[in-house]
Each structure stands twice: as structure tokens, then as C-alpha cells.
Design a protein around this ligand. Structure first.
Ligand SMILES: [Zn+2]
Length: 272
């Protein structure tokens, strides 16, 4: 006779769970995610939330480890909601940080944090403030005086165009003006991955974005490009393309994995 993994009761021959216990367990998990995600913002009574979660967990046989994961899932759901309009307001950022503090979510154990930082950096750039939020270690770039590193991407694939092509200014999708800057919504990037058949993967390395240059540092290639030498930027789902202002310059593309952030950051920094 098998024993139910949830209630410990007799489950029947070759059975490890009761159907009702499994259903209650799944229902409890989604309830916790909903409670957590809707706790962000406003005058949240976090003590109440915590006791509600504990109560559901014990009723539905959800373990402490699972609670931790469900809280992160709820947090990510709240981050999704904050980005529904593709923009993270100051208030939304503060609410999310308070939420993280309460549930002891740390930068390195909650992946929603990266999105919060990116949203906050873009907002600051768009408001005309140079963001200084990141602490960088082992920077391979030799920055100029009065130059500030705003963001750095690891493991960026760098591609060069095989043949020179005239730059054709196509549709860039829908842009929205926010404060000073021009801002592209996530939907503008869908279906525009970097075209890899016409490009050569030249190197993989660190890409640094400052208030003056784009830097690239890889085992084979190291260079920087000044913003005022760039005549066109191309948004891609997974990165950005640029065309330098030189007769011989071939288009260069950088795959960071996050075209929305990369493009909005670089285009707005270049106009600061
Ligand atoms: Zn059971």
C-alpha cells in the first residue's frame, strides 16, 4: 500500500498521492504566488502576508524551501506587472525594493533584480541623469577622464558584416517620448534578431557602455567607438547594430541578449 506524499495517508496500491491532495497543493502554490505578487506597492501589511503564506503552506503541504521559490516567482510576477507599460517608475522601483527587503531577496538570488536595475538606469538616462548604480570590478577598459561606465555586459557576441552594404533607414517601430529621451517599447523589437547569415562572428567579450563611448574587449578585438562617430543604430531583439561614419566602415553588431535595454540605453546616452 502506497503512502500519500502530501498527507501521509494510505493512497492505494502503486499510488504515491491522493488526487485531492495534489490539487490542494497546486492550488496553494498559485495562491502564494498571487498573494506575494499583489503585495507589492501600497501600504502592505507584510506581517499579515507572511502569516497568510504560512497558513496556506501548512494546509497544502508546501515546504519551506518551496515557499522561498514561490516568493521569488511572485516577485518576478510583480516585476512583470511593473514593466507592463515597458517603463519602471520611481514609485514602482521603490515598492519592489521594499518588497525585496521584506522577503530578504538579495541581488544574487533574485533574478528580477537585474530587470529592476535596468529599468531604473533607463529611467535616469531618459531624465537626463547619468546613472551611477553599478559597482564594476576588473574593468578591462581604459576610461577617459570624466568618463563614466554606466553598464557592462558579459559574454557579448560581436559580429562584423561580411560585405559593405549601404545603410538603409527602415522602420524602427514605435517609439515613445519619455521626458528628454526617445524610448522604444519591447514590442518594437519582436521578430528582429541579428541576421547571422550576413555577418561573421568575430569575437566574444565584454561590452562597456559609458557616457562617451561603446567599448568592446575580447581576446581578439579591443576597440571603442565614440558616439558622435556613429551615424545609425539598429534595434534587434537580441542586441544592437551600429554604422560608423567612415566610407570604409562596415556595420557592426553586438548580441547582448537584451536588445530592448541595450538599444534604449545606448541611443539615449549618445544624445545626452
Ligand atoms: Zn493525501
Amino acid at each position: 500500500m502506497g503512502v500519500c506524499i502530501f498527507c501521509g495517508g494510505k493512497a492505494g496500491l502503486f499510488r504515491k498521492e491522493h488526487r485531492e491532495c495534489r490539487a490542494r497543493y497546486n492550488e496553494g502554490k498559485s495562491q502564494i504566488v498571487d498573494i506575494v505578487s499583489s503585495s507589492v506597492g501600497g501600504d502592505t501589511d507584510y506581517a499579515r502576508i507572511t502569516s497568510d503564506i504560512q497558513e496556506i503552506a501548512s494546509e497544502c503541504c508546501i515546504s519551506e524551501d518551496q515557499i522561498d521559490q514561490l516568493i521569488k516567482n511572485g516577485g518576478n510576477k510583480a516585476v512583470d506587472a511593473a514593466f507592463e507599460d515597458d517603463f519602471l517608475s520611481k514609485q514602482e522601483e521603490e515598492d519592489l525594493i521594499r518588497f525585496m527587503d521584506h522577503f530578504s531577496l538579495k541581488q544574487d538570488n533574485f533574478n528580477g533584480f537585474t530587470r529592476i536595475v535596468k529599468g531604473a538606469i533607463l529611467r535616469e538616462v531618459m531624465e537626463g541623469t547619468l546613472p551611477n548604480r553599478m559597482k564594476f570590478v576588473d574593468i578591462p577598459f581604459n576610461l577617459m577622464k570624466s568618463e563614466q561606465l554606466v553598464y557592462a555586459f558579459n559574454d557579448v557576441d560581436y559580429y562584423e558584416q561580411k560585405t559593405k552594404r549601404e545603410y538603409v533607414g527602415g522602420s524602427k517601430g514605435v517609439s515613445v517620448r519619455v521626458a528628454k529621451g526617445v524610448y522604444f517599447r519591447t514590442s518594437s523589437f519582436r521578430g528582429h534578431p541579428i541576421e547571422r547569415t550576413e555577418t561573421i562572428h568575430t569575437d566574444t567579450g565584454v561590452m562597456g557602455i559609458t557616457n562617451k563611448h561603446i567599448y568592446f574587449f575580447g581576446p581578439h578585438k579591443q576597440f571603442r567607438v565614440k558616439y558622435d562617430k556613429i551615424i545609425a543604430f539598429t534595434p534587434y531583439t537580441d542586441g544592437i547594430g551600429l554604422q560608423r561614419d567612415a566610407a570604409t566602415a562596415k556595420p557592426q553588431t553586438f548580441s547582448t541578449g537584451d536588445g530592448w535595454f541595450t538599444y534604449n540605453l545606448i541611443v539615449n546616452l549618445s544624445q545626452m
